[in-house]
Design a protein around this ligand. Structure first.
Ligand code: 8X3
Length: 257
């Protein structure tokens, strides 16, 4: 284990770290002296983020990984020397169809990545997190974990599942040196989230944020994650909902045009 003037270097694993919130969390934790391990499916994107972190003096490694692939997740965990923080960020929304017309395969895919992927990563890394003496599991859920909206059924169902995973885990590890933190972002303008939801239709994706003064950006969420993770070990931030000022509730969004 490397050490710094302020103590041993802590290792943070971030899933979905190739872009958006995951990449921003990796950058922010690296700035806070964590050694970050970036995982996602796209190696070239991971390497670009890691290069940027290294150029800024941070320590970053990449490991291409699909969190829905159980064997790959176990192989990843087996080669990891230690882990203090796991950020379960990989996820996404596919489609905006109403329940009546939704494709069950989209619902399965959303459940697989948002819930089963987080479950598999958590199971694989719990021994290391426990051994850390202050292990932290961060669930990046969503305001959709607590509410529903038209066309968002599959995503909301999956994010409700991500919330239940975090809540259940916190109960089950109570008494151990483990914290379980859930960060639930509202409207965050990232390059890919809405684009994936609208299956690559840029106009529809952009319309989500049209006229909204200052939606959150990935760095806002990364800031909150870093703050929550770096509280003293006895302080567990159970759940933090973070929205832009312009979004008072899921359906209550202020737009200037
Ligand atoms: C994303 C927030 O409003 O698209 O997790 O459901 S929302």
């Amino acid at each position: 284990m490397r050490t710094t003037d302020t103590g041993p270097t802590r290792t943070a694993v971030i899933t979905g770290a190739s872009s958006g919130i995951g990449a921003a969390v990796a950058r922010a934790l690296a700035r806070d002296s964590f050694e970050v391990v970036l995982t996602a499916r796209r190696t070239d994107r991971l390497e670009a983020v890691a290069k940027e972190i290294s150029a800024g003096g941070g320590s970053a490694r990449v490991f291409p990984l699909d969190v829905t692939d159980r064997k790959a997740v176990l192989a990843f965990a087996a080669q990891l020397p230690s882990c203090d923080v796991l950020v379960n960020n990989a996820g996404g929304a596919y489609g905006t169809e109403y329940v009546e017309n939704a494709d069950p395969d989209d619902w399965r895919s959303m459940y697989e990545v948002n819930v089963v992927g987080a479950l598999q990563m958590t199971q694989a890394l719990l021994p290391s997190l426990r051994a850390s003496g202050d292990g932290v599991v961060v669930a990046i859920s969503s305001t959709a974990s607590f509410t529903c909206y038209e066309g968002g059924g599959g995503y909301s169902a999956a994010k409700h599942g991500a919330h239940v995973l975090a809540e259940t885990l916190r109960l089950e590890v109570c008494g151990e040196p483990l914290r379980v933190i859930e960060i639930a972002p509202g409207m965050v303008h990232t390059e890919e989230f809405s684009l994936n939801r609208y299956r690559g239709d840029l106009n529809k994706a952009d319309a989500v944020y049209a006229g909204v003064p200052d939606p959150l950006v990935a760095d806002d969420v990364a800031d909150v994650v870093t703050w929550a993770v770096t509280r003293p070990p006895h302080v567990n931030i159970d759940l933090m909902v973070v929205r832009p000022r312009a979004q008072a509730a899921q359906h209550k969004v202020h737009r200037t045009s």
